[in-house]
Design a protein around this ligand. Structure first.
Ligand SMILES: Nc1ncnc2c1ncn2[C@@H]1O[C@H](COP(=O)(O)OP(=O)(O)O)[C@@H](O)[C@H]1O
Ligand SMILES: [Mg+2]
Length: 339
């Protein structure tokens, strides 16, 4: 996909939840790669399996959930088969995470500086004084102008944006190779969101850290991602580089997502909601999972499970890619005539 070296390779990952109501195939045969120094966005509507994918990588799937198949290769290790102790070690060191709500991850009774300092001391055999200096340096790196003052602040006295910066500083304290950011800007207003995304991009550029950025917001994707993976109902339906995704999306679901995205100034037409609802995970439609909502669907889509296919640069899970494009061209021409 890229000339860069792979850092993380997920192959045929299946994470299911065994509930009283039945088996939920939250992640159902997902394969992708994250290369060194790359920002990969995982997008899709709520409930499509984005967080379960990231929790699977982090080794944080608990009962009734279980990884039932696949591999997650990181360096020489298959993360699925590590012991709990090894998983914890990896989470604190080489892979770090940032969540939507930093308050749940920060301890309210300690200053933010103290918490970053402690995180550094866990990983590095240095003096407290040195760790403090490094903490201040990390706070500066995430765009905090007065890091010495913020070092002494408590989490609740900071704004949402500042707290998220502190979380990023903390996530950086172990010099991770991979950061997983699950909806890191969803709770923030647009200006602050753009600043946080700028910081993430800067981290990748200066430190070479890879980022798996989980979001339901295509505006966020356009801002920072190198490559995009679109998920629907537990499966990848399209994967390509960010330019191709916005210039020539192929899967009907991606097209619908783009049409319904409120922040895309690329789209001047009236926004459409995606018709229909996400299928019940307990009762996935046969054939293509998007077929009940797809305006292009034909009979075959109900009977044939579409494989994810295409070139390394652009993968699509749709039986009708050519027909869909043909149709688009015709409708575009029709629109043109009307003007
Ligand atoms: N602890 C759980 N128990 C049962 N089902 C779960 C659990 N966590 C997630 N799921 C199921 O997995 C699906 C994917 O969830 P998730 O990955 O959190 O979605 P999102 O894409 O919004 O992050 C959900 O629709 C839900 O049905
Ligand atoms: Mg989620």
């Amino acid at each position: 996909m890229s000339k860069r070296d792979p850092l993380l390779t997920v192959k045929n990952l299946k994470t299911y939840f065994y509930t009283n109501e039945g088996v939920i195939p939250s992640v159902d045969g997902v394969s992708f790669q994250i290369n060194k120094g790359e920002i990969v966005a995982l997008v899709g509507e709520s409930g499509c399996g984005k967080s379960v994918t990231s929790l699977s990588i982090l080794g944080l799937i608990d009962s009734p959930g279980k990884i039932v198949d696949g591999s997650i290769l990181f360096g020489d290790h298959d993360l699925i088969h590590l012991s709990n102790k090894e998983k914890r070690r990896l989470r604190g060191n080489e892979i770090s995470m940032i969540f939507q709500e930093p308050l749940t991850a920060l301890n309210p009774v300690f200053s933010v500086g103290h918490q970053i300092q402690e995180a550094i001391l866990v990983h590095q055999a240095i003096s407290k004084e040195k760790a403090k200096e490094k903490s201040i340096e990390l706070l500066r790196r995430v765009g905090i102008a007065d890091p010495k003052r913020v070092f002494k602040e408590f989490p609740h006295s900071l704004s949402g944006g500042m707290r998220q910066r502190v979380m990023i500083a903390m996530a950086l304290s172990s010099n991770p190779k991979l950061m997983i950011a699950d909806e890191p800007t969803t709770a923030l207003d647009v200006t602050i969101q753009a600043q946080i995304l700028g910081i993430l991009k800067g981290i990748t550029e200066t430190l070479g850290t890879s980022i798996l950025l989980i979001t339901h917001d295509l505006g966020v994707v356009a801002e920072v991602a190198d490559r995009v993976i679109v998920m629907y109902a537990g499966q990848i339906v399209e994967e390509t580089d960010v330019f191709t995704l916005f210039q020539s999306p192929q899967h009907p679901y991606t097209k619908a997502l783009l049409n319904s995205s409120p922040k895309m100034d690329l789209i001047h037409e009236k926004l459409e909601a995606i018709e229909g609802t996400v299928p019940s995970p307990l009762n996935m439609p046969y054939g293509c999972r998007f077929q009940p909502r797809c305006r292009f669907a034909v009979d075959d889509c109900k009977h044939i499970v579409p494989p994810l296919k295409g070139s390394n640069r652009h993968m699509i899970r749709c039986l009708l890619t050519d027909e869909v494009n043909e149709f688009e061209v015709k409708t575009c021409k029709k629109h043109l005539k009307a003007y």
